[in-house]
Design a protein around this ligand. Structure first.
Ligand code: SME
Length: 164
């Protein structure tokens, strides 16, 4: 199934770079990036970030239905990716023990850990209502995308709401 929805990851990265160039606001850039992913990738019903804070994953910028706020490390697909520091590609979430069903329509999921200066920063989480939506091409493409994100992150320091 995953081969039915090929994403042009080169184009995605080019557009993300253009969107964030010279923008120092972290929340703004993460917001635009998940919006771009949501727009560009077919059959994705949720795209967003969970950010590590106080030892748990906390909901960050996202596109899609409302989601759970706090995911302990080791819980669900996101918490497993964060705890193991490894990409989780789940073709059928109903077969993943402990999957957290934010949107009951979600059937498959891919979660990529993100680092800042070598430390876990959070995860990028993509969901689909299609079983087996994500495949090896997505794993490769999203790994490379997140590598770029990690290289750009340190320059996005300002929260963006501190100028008052
Ligand atoms: N399904 C995820 C929770 C986050 S939502 O999908 C947005 C999980 O099991 O980690």
């Amino acid at each position: 199934m995953s081969k039915d929805y090929l994403t042009d990851y080169g184009n995605l990265k080019t557009r993300a770079k253009a969107l964030t160039e010279d923008v120092p606001y972290r929340i703004s850039n993460l917001s635009n990036i998940c919006s771009l992913i949501y727009e560009v990738m077919e059959k994705v019903n949720w795209a967003g970030f969970y950010l590590l804070s106080d030892g748990a994953l906390i909901l960050g910028p996202f596109q899609g239905k409302t989601a759970c706020i706090r995911i302990p490390l080791g819980k669900g697909v996101c918490g497993t990716a964060a705890l193991r520091d490894s990409i989780q590609l789940v073709p059928d979430v109903s077969l993943f023990p402990g999957h957290i069903a934010c949107d009951p329509n979600s059937r498959s999921e891919i979660v990529i850990p993100i680092h800042e200066n070598g430390n876990l920063f959070g995860v990028l989480d993509l969901d689909s209502a299609v079983v087996d939506r994500f495949g090896e091409e997505d794993r490769k493409g999203l790994s490379s995308f997140v590598e770029w994100l990690e290289s750009a992150l340190p320059a996005w320091d300002l929260a963006g709401f501190e100028t008052r």
